[in-house]
Ligand binder design. Structure first.
Ligand SMILES: Cc1cc2nc3c(=O)[nH]c(=O)nc-3n(C[C@H](O)[C@H](O)[C@H](O)COP(=O)(O)OP(=O)(O)OC[C@H]3O[C@@H](n4cnc5c(N)ncnc54)[C@H](O)[C@@H]3O)c2cc1C
Length: 349
């Protein structure tokens, strides 16, 4: 029997690394090109709502998440006012991306994967079969400039939380705070870009909080002991979804984004890797063509994620504007917010 064909993955985030590890478990030769290096901080809420231990074991990544925290409760605020306090329908996994991505990159290499860091590959330079694009979110369309989002995050200690996952919804964005390890917390915000707001990442954080009616959180941010190395920001986020414009196999955020406040993007990255691995293995073993594999993987991802992404987008619109928040306050005050239904529409249940 002829040797298995090599898969080349572009992008070493969660989707690319977990696919690489899963393929190595299936004895498929894998090379991975990552534009950056490990470890590094990334803008992310760092809680995984959806995928859990069974999927981590299937992918061969469970050891990297062994000491992750399990979060069980959430509180939501509209501005200053707490409107909801709930037990989550199922616990979510919390871990620093700085740690997780680094561990996965090591695991990939231990399993025989070939990793090229600092290797940013241009899409038009690659046309061969067996190429997988796991390069994260696609750049926003030109006509969406100015309507995008900015994500800001840092790690801090010295905070006391009312609940495992605290959310603060503002006029045009939100802030989430959650523990990622003993006495270390992730603070992550997503805000509509306001081009008038300028400054360092730290100043921007405070300015966006003020701009969003969340000024009361500024002293709390200032009292926390923030790890100065952990500040990071990402701009130009565009949460419109659609099929990829050009040919080629795409997984994770490359295939389309889910609204971050669902905490389901990392889960989708892992799930898309698990969905793709058997089809890629069968191409690598000369049992199906590359075009058939791409079609099957894209169809399977659409079936698995389209509904979640649509509802996630609606939920984001609902929660991040003043009218939606008035309705949210009313639904919470009268105890008729269908929390479990909203959760099941935006996550795999
Ligand atoms: C503000 C915010 C908060 C979020 N909070 C959460 C949360 O709490 N929970 C959750 O589950 N999800 C959250 N997400 C979403 C989550 O971060 C993503 O869905 C997830 O990281 C997607 O993984 P990925 O591997 O597809 O892409 P990424 O993690 O973005 O990885 C893509 C990789 O590709 C590399 N790359 C890019 N271009 C090239 C190139 N040309 N050549 C080589 N390498 C390249 C990049 O360096 C990067 O390492 C959040 C997102 C944002 C913006």
């Amino acid at each position: 029997m002829s040797r298995k064909q090599t898969t080349v993955i572009y992008g070493g985030g969660l989707a690319g690394l977990s696919l690489g590890i899963s393929l190595r478990q299936r004895n498929v030769p894998v090379e991975l090109h990552e534009a950056g290096t490990y470890p590094r901080h990334r803008v992310c809420g760092e809680f995984i709502a959806g995928a859990g231990k069974p999927l981590f074991e299937e992918l061969g990544i469970a050891t990297a998440l062994e000491d992750a925290l399990s979060l069980e409760t959430t509180v939501w605020h509209c501005g200053r006012r707490q409107v909801l306090s709930k037990r989550l329908p199922s616990p979510v996994t919390s871990i620093s991306r700085y740690t997780l991505d680094d561990r996965l990159s090591q695991l990939f290499q231990e399993k025989g994967g070939v990793l090229h860091c600092g290797s940013r590959v241009k899409e038009d330079s690659v046309r061969h079969e067996g190429s997988v694009w796991a390069t994260g979110r696609r750049p926003p369309n030109q006509d969406s400039s100015g309507k995008g989002w900015i994500g800001l995050k840092c790690h801090a200690s010295g905070l006391t939380l009312k609940s495992d996952l605290e959310f603060y919804f503002g006029r045009n964005g939100y802030l989430g705070i959650s523990p990622i390890s003993k006495n270390r917390f992730n603070i992550c915000g997503l805000f509509r870009v306001n081009r008038r707001l300028l400054g360092t990442k730290q100043n921007l954080f405070n300015r966006y909080l003020e701009d969003n009616g969340l000024r009361h959180l500024v002293p709390r941010m200032e009292e926390a002991q923030v790890d100065p190395e952990s500040w990071c920001a990402v701009a130009g986020l565009d949460y419109r979804n659609g099929p990829p414009e050009t040919a080629g196999l795409r997984i994770g955020d490359q295939f389309g984004l889910i609204a971050p406040l669902t905490g389901n993007g990392m889960s989708i990255a892992f799930e898309s890797a698990a969905l793709a691995a058997p089809f890629i293995e069968s191409w690598a073993s000369h049992k199906r063509s590359w075009q058939e594999a791409i079609r099957a993987i894209h169809d399977t991802q659409t079936k698995a994620f389209a509904k979640r992404k649509q509802f996630g987008k609606l939920l984001q619109v609902f929660l991040l504007n003043p009218c939606g928040q008035s309705l949210l306050r009313l639904l919470c005050a009268t105890h008729i917010l269908p929390f479990k239904t909203l959760y099941s529409l935006t996550h795999q249940v």
